[in-house]
Design a protein around this ligand. Structure first.
Ligand SMILES: C[S@@+](CC[C@H](N)C(=O)[O-])C[C@H]1O[C@@H](n2cnc3c(N)ncnc32)[C@H](O)[C@@H]1O
Length: 311
């Protein structure tokens, strides 16, 4: 445990070695470092790893969690324009993964054997009281993965009109999107919605309490998080870069936790199959095993799609 919050449970933990064929010297690109679980699995299997994360706190935590013998070289955005020595073991790049192709070129890094993208926030980010992702505590509705982003969740609730809010909530598959948008627009003229608890209570009221296992505000919070962090835009910018970063027969894998995201990934891979750039390794996405679901129920909505570079 670091900073009082337990280490993020990495989806498909321990399975990447077999799925990717990790071995000594394998060059692995982990575009979503988080608490470093996937990166650590690769390092322990003898891989050389380049990890990205947009969040400097995530980088600090990962460095603390991963055994000290794998001490990384950390590259800040202002230092990404010089070539890097080729004999690195682990490099961490503090950047949005949408810049990966440009940065890899500038650092003169070689092509990769495998790439991993594990979408969404880490458990640490969700549970951090000062990040505003969680309705478990009453904190400012922020939800930004990096302060470089200008717009918070509270800003969106303050400025979007009723139709735009309904559309936003629909992104999280929220069935009460329209009545929620209506009440938010009404409520904010009396009292601006600035905290996680204010929003969660409002959703609870509109949806008349809890039905089922998840909190009634789960979908609304997810939709806000996706829009605040430009998650769809980022995936759309990232995916076309990945085949250019792989060696022939290299493998790319994307883990998503939302059906809309999984569809983006599936459609992308299918489009690349048409252009002969990729072949899908599995027709259907790989879902977590029953034993994994027992350890980490959060992974119940995880889907992993793997594809191989064909030329
Ligand atoms: C689900 S966590 C990854 C967990 C990690 N695989 C592990 O085993 O601990 C996702 C991480 O990706 C980072 N992230 C999300 N969007 C990003 C982006 N556009 N660029 C770089 N990192 C991003 C988040 O800050 C978070 O730390």
């Amino acid at each position: 445990m670091k900073n009082g919050i337990e280490r993020h449970y990495s989806a498909y933990k321990g399975e990447l070695t077999k799925l990717y064929g990790f071995k000594k010297g394998y060059l692995f690109l982990d575009l979503t470092l988080g608490d470093g679980g996937h990166t650590q699995e690769a390092l322990e299997a003898g891989c050389r790893v380049v990890s990205f994360d947009i969040d400097d706190e995530a980088i600090k935590r990962a460095v603390n969690f991963v055994p000290e013998k794998f001490s990384p070289q950390i590259i800040e955005p202002e230092n990404t324009s010089k070539p890097i020595t080729r004999d690195f073991n682990w490099i961490i790049i503090h950047s949005n993964f949408t810049k990966v192709e440009e940065i890899v070129k500038k650092l003169e890094l070689p092509l990769f054997d495998g790439i991993m993208v594990d979408l969404g926030p880490s458990q640490y980010q969700v549970l951090s009281p000062d990040r505003g992702f969680s309705f478990a505590e009453d904190t400012p509705l922020d939800m930004r993965l990096t302060k470089d982003l200008g717009v918070t969740a509270a800003d969106l609730l303050a400025v979007l009109n009723e139709g735009e809010l309904a559309e936003l909530f629909t992104l999280g598959d929220e069935p009460f999107a329209k009545p929620l948008a209506r009440i938010i627009v009404k409520q904010r003229t009396i009292n601006p919605i600035k905290t996680t608890k204010q929003l969660a209570d409002l959703v609870f009221k509109v949806k008349k309490g809890r039905s089922g296992r998840i909190h009634p505000a789960t979908q609304v919070f997810m939709a806000l998080r996706m829009v605040v962090n430009l998650e769809r835009e980022n995936i759309n910018l990232l995916l076309p870069q990945l085949p250019h970063l792989l060696k022939k027969d290299g493998i790319m894998g994307v883990i998503s936790f939302h059906s809309g995201e999984d569809k983006l990934i599936k459609d992308f891979i299918n489009g690349e199959i048409g252009k002969n750039n990729l072949s899908a390794i599995n027709e259907k996405p790989i879902v977590p095993s029953t034993s994994e679901l027992l350890i980490s129920p959060r992974t119940r909505s995880a889907k992993l799609r793997l594809a191989k570079k064909t030329n």
